[in-house]
Design a protein around this ligand. Structure first.
Ligand code: FAD
Ligand code: 2HG
Ligand code: ZN
Length: 475
């Protein structure tokens, strides 16, 4: 028998306490808002458990009553994966926010899934250690969300993406069981590597409640350089030299077009130009080391010198203080926010092999400019990972809704070009609701069937984030 909504709410309250079930007007935009305005979210209630046991009891209750669950972290994801459709229950992990242990000998950290990423970075730093996962949303996103999206960010080049930083996980499975896989071992070949099932699963296979992460030596010596370039080809060539000539000390290699930085200058306070004239492309590069005397500055100076001589670099500014380094990073991170002031935007998050990046950018931009004259491409991203965000702002004289109406036409062009270059239609943001069409189009039937079998094995009642990631998986 299906229980009435008020009885269901009573049941949820009995598990987490009345104050931790938010209803109606208690539910702020923070839980419902989808940043791009593509999807609207509605929920029966937002439930905020405080322990893994409460998560487990909630999941059992929801399963018994066929209530779909949307696990939620900081709700900063950009593919609609934490949006609640079908009146699901949002299970937000914010109260699971304890940092349990920083192990300076083993270089690990154990924390609950609702910890804000920036707080974990700060806790590592207090112990003179480094958690390299870093992205523009780090002040809001939660580590559980980062792992569930397998987030990338600005340090993947040297340290890998979120998946590469996980040693252990605790997960509440769709039947309510708690899997305790919280080990801190670097070596553990004991059957299937279960943790990797949940990393990047976007909450469709279970709810991550705690994590053990790898830490690294704190790069106390850093060299941040803003480099001006003529072309994307030159940026790729510079990247290859950077790797060869700096002993892999480079942690970030970020590309930005002039359009991107100009929008930041215009729309975001405290963003300033570091050069006295405009250039078509910029790279923000960072090297870091923890040697006694520091070698990053010297390394970047010497290899940039040869790049100048060979005409690959036109101009460069080396940050001379921590403040200047932060200002350079502010410029890079401001691009996402700046674009919000440019009207509606259609975003892409593709990756292609490095030697195809220039071709990808050129071909996509010229095809899109013929399709929609006046379209404004914002090309930027983690070029060292082959990951470009080719975000398209609406033409200044076009209606925003009309532009959004052409979403599929635009993304189809970008994804066809990407596919032709053996790339991926989602490099780091995931699938959510946004890229279900692409899953059908570009994933083989073997891959999709395998994914469906896994989902079916773990969540036969389809209560865990239904409708996300797998096409046709709505509740
Ligand atoms: P949410 O948005 O709340 O959820 C994302 C997905 O994870 C959903 O499917 C949700 O159901 C699931 N989920 C959340 N918590 C759990 C849990 N505990 N257990 C199981 N499932 C869970 N992304 C990048 O990869 N690289 C970037 O450089 C980057 N930069 C960004 C910059 C800005 C300004 C913004 C707004 C976003 C950026 N993002 C970036 C996207 C986003 O921040 C990441 O996807 C982030 O990892 C999402 O974390 P979250 O806690 O906000 O998760
Ligand atoms: C970044 O690298 C983000 O800044 C982009 O991944 C997020 O396009 C976005 O909204
Ligand atoms: Zn990114």
């Amino acid at each position: 028998m299906k229980l009435s909504e008020s009885v269901l709410i009573q049941g949820l309250r009995s598990i987490v306490g009345e104050a931790n079930v938010l209803l109606g007007e208690q539910i702020s935009d923070d839980f419902l808002k989808e940043r791009r305005g593509r999807f609207s979210s509605q929920t029966m209630g937002v439930v905020m458990p405080g322990t893994a046991e409460e998560v487990s009891a909630l999941v059992r209750f929801c399963k018994q009553n066929s209530l779909p669950i949307v696990p939620q972290g900081g709700n900063t994801g950009v593919c609609g994966a934490a949006v609640s459709v079908e009146d699901s229950v949002i299970v937000n992990l914010a109260r699971l926010n304890q940092i349990r242990k920083v192990d300076a000998t083993g270089f690990t950290m154990e924390a609950e899934a609702g910890c804000i990423l920036a707080n974990l970075q700060a806790a590592a730093k207090e112990s003179n250690l480094y958690l390299p996962l870093s992205l523009g949303a780090e002040g809001t996103c939660q580590i559980g969300g980062n792992l569930s999206t397998n987030a990338g960010g600005v340090n993947v080049l040297r340290y890998g993406n979120a998946r590469d930083l996980v040693l252990g996980l605790e997960v509440v499975l769709p039947n309510g069981d708690i899997w305790n896989g919280l080990n801190a071992l670097r070596k553990n070949n004991t059957g299937y590597d279960l943790k990797n099932l949940f990393v990047g699963a976007e909450g469709t296979l279970g709810i991550i409640t705690s994590v053990v992460l790898k830490l690294f030596p704190l790069p106390v010596h850093r060299s941040t350089v803003l480099i001006a370039m003529e072309s994307v080809e030159n940026a790729v060539e510079l990247f290859s030299r950077t790797r060869k000539e700096t002993s892999d000390f480079a942690s970030s290699f970020e590309l930005m077009s002039r359009v991107c930085v100009e929008s930041a200058f215009q729309n975001i306070p405290d963003c300033k130009d570091f050069f006295d004239q405009p250039y078509p492309w910029y790279v923000l590069m960072e090297l870091g080391d923890s040697t006694r005397d520091g070698i990053s500055q010297q390394l970047s100076e010497s290899f940039l010198e040869s790049a100048f001589e060979d005409g690959i670099v036109i101009d460069a500014v080396l940050a001379t203080s921590e403040k200047q380094s932060q200002e350079m990073w502010r410029l890079r991170e401001a691009i996402v926010e700046a674009q919000l002031y440019e009207g509606k935007s259609i975003k892409n998050d593709v990756s292609v092999p490095l030697d195809c990046i220039a071709e990808f950018v050129e071909q996509s931009i010229s095809t899109l400019e013929s399709l929609i004259p006046g379209i404004r491409p914002f090309a930027y991203g983690h070029i060292g990972d082959g990951n470009i965000h080719l975000n398209l702002s609406q033409p200044r004289d076009m209606d925003g809704d009309e532009f959004f109406g052409r979403w599929h036409e635009v993304t189809d062009i970008v994804h066809e070009i990407t596919d032709g270059l053996n790339g991926s239609f989602s490099a780091e943001h995931g699938i959510g609701l946004l890229k279900l069409r692409e899953m059908t189009r570009y994933k083989s039937s073997v891959e999709l069937e395998l994914m469906r079998s896994l989902k079916m094995a773990l969540d036969p009642d389809n209560i865990m984030n239904p409708g996300k990631v797998l096409p046709g998986s709505s509740h």
